[in-house]
Design a binder for this molecule. Structure first.
Ligand SMILES: Cc1c2[nH]c(c1CCC(=O)O)Cc1[nH]c(c(CCC(=O)O)c1C)Cc1[nH]c(c(CCC(=O)O)c1C)Cc1[nH]c(c(C)c1CCC(=O)O)C2
Length: 356
């Protein structure tokens, strides 16, 4: 049904199969640092671009064209906040501010407003259409990744109503209303499982869960409020795929700031653990003991640095992780103020270092 895959490096690396060189892609590789992103997006509303399969597929493929041959995966152009939207919440993307929820949930009674039984295939149908169209347009050049937000991270946005510095409201839930917190986290998890499985049905060849606010939790609270739901996702998505008669695909967990949980994340059922730059590659490899593949982890701001610094840091990173069971990436997403040429220089250095 889809064109045959010509580059399966990331799938092989994720599953621990031998690769001639480590694959590379970048979190937020589609977006505002690319001049052509602004041309296509224009003044359109951000979520409108996500919901339009033609535009979403074009934005997804932009970095693949721009860095032709230097990027080994495409990630569907979308956002983690579409799960709260599917569950009935209104979210706007405000220029220079970021996401803003119209009425965040602040008290346990507000859970009555959340649609825990939403019909994912219907509510997010546009997202599946975008994945299917993108798979065709990619013509098998690189695998297409699907994704969703981690339950704890989505709970943060649903309660805080946007970004936050101290996460006062969501932490009040954890420490005052733990049962309601678990009810919400469980509800988000169920939707996430269905959403990920349906992305695979639509054509996604690998999946990543973005638990971007993982590091806001201390180790005990991570074990109570984040880890069990991540485990549930890793366990249930393959079961749901089997029910639908589909083969499982590799799954990655990126829990930013959760360095203390690396050992547990290696046993959580994911194939790949994606790291931020707070961890030394050598230490991560030791802790992982070959249980998973690792992804990451250059500080994205290194891309603001000189040629020499990028050259050195790329080599040090590759030496630390080794070239097998490893996917090259940044430790978090690209920034809008990065230069597309510097991103290109980084990718070229990765290719050179991989062949040394
Ligand atoms: C936390 C989070 C969000 N969204 C996402 C996360 C997890 C990753 C991370 O931790 O960064 C995930 C995401 N968001 C986007 C993608 C697309 C695919 C890709 O990685 O290229 C992905 C994977 C597009 C986007 N998502 C967003 C943009 C910018 C939209 C625009 O203004 O043009 C893009 C390209 C908007 C967004 N979406 C979100 C925020 C906080 C913002 C505002 C960011 C900002 O203003 O700098 C929520």
């Amino acid at each position: 049904m889809f064109p045959p895959l010509q580059n399966d490096l990331i799938i092989r690396a994720a599953l621990g199969k031998p690769v001639p060189r480590p694959p590379v892609w970048l979190m937020r590789q589609a977006g505002r640092y690319l001049p052509e992103y602004h041309i296509v997006k224009g003044t359109r509303d951000f979520f409108e671009t996500c919901r339009d399969p033609e535009i979403a597929s074009e934005l997804t493929i932009q970095p693949i064209d721009h860095y032709d041959g230097l990027i080994d995966a495409a990630i569907i152009f979308n956002d983690i906040l579409v799960i709260p939207q599917a569950m009935g919440m209104k979210v706007n993307m405000v220029d220079q501010v970021g996401p803003q929820f119209e009425s965040p949930i602040r008290k346990p009674e507000d859970l009555d407003r959340i649609d825990f039984n939403c019909d994912v295939s219907e509510k997010l149908s546009w997202s599946f259409d975008a994945i299917t169209l993108t798979r065709h347009k990619l013509k098998g050049r690189v695998p297409l990744l699907g994704f969703c937000g981690g339950p704890w991270t989505l709970m943060c946005y649903m309660i805080e109503g946007g970004g936050s510095r101290i996460f006062r409201f969501v932490k009040e839930w954890l420490f005052r209303y733990p049962e309601d917190s678990h009810k919400l986290l469980k509800g988000i998890t169920d939707v996430a499982v269905e959403y990920l499985a349906l992305q695979v049905k639509a054509g996604a060849q690998m999946l990543q869960v973005f638990e971007s606010w993982g590091g806001q939790l201390g180790p005990d609270d991570f074990d109570e409020f984040a880890l069990p739901y991540l485990r549930q996702i890793a366990h249930e998505v393959p079961l749901r795929l089997a029910e639908m008669g589909l083969e499982r695909v590799p799954m990655t967990i990126f829990s930013k700031g959760s360095w203390y949980a690396l050992d547990e994340l290696c046993d959580s059922g994911f194939d790949v653990v994606s790291l931020d730059w707070l961890q030394r590659p050598e230490d991560a490899v030791k802790i992982a003991r070959g249980r998973v593949s690792l992804q990451g982890n250059l500080d994205p701001c290194v891309l603001y640095g000189s040629d020499e610094v990028i050259h050195e840091k790329v080599r040090k990173m590759l030496k630390g992780f080794g070239k097998q069971r490893y996917i090259v990436n940044l430790g978090h997403g690209t920034h809008p103020t990065m230069s597309a040429d510097r991103v290109g220089y980084f990718l070229e250095e990765v290719m050179l270092a991989s062949e040394e």
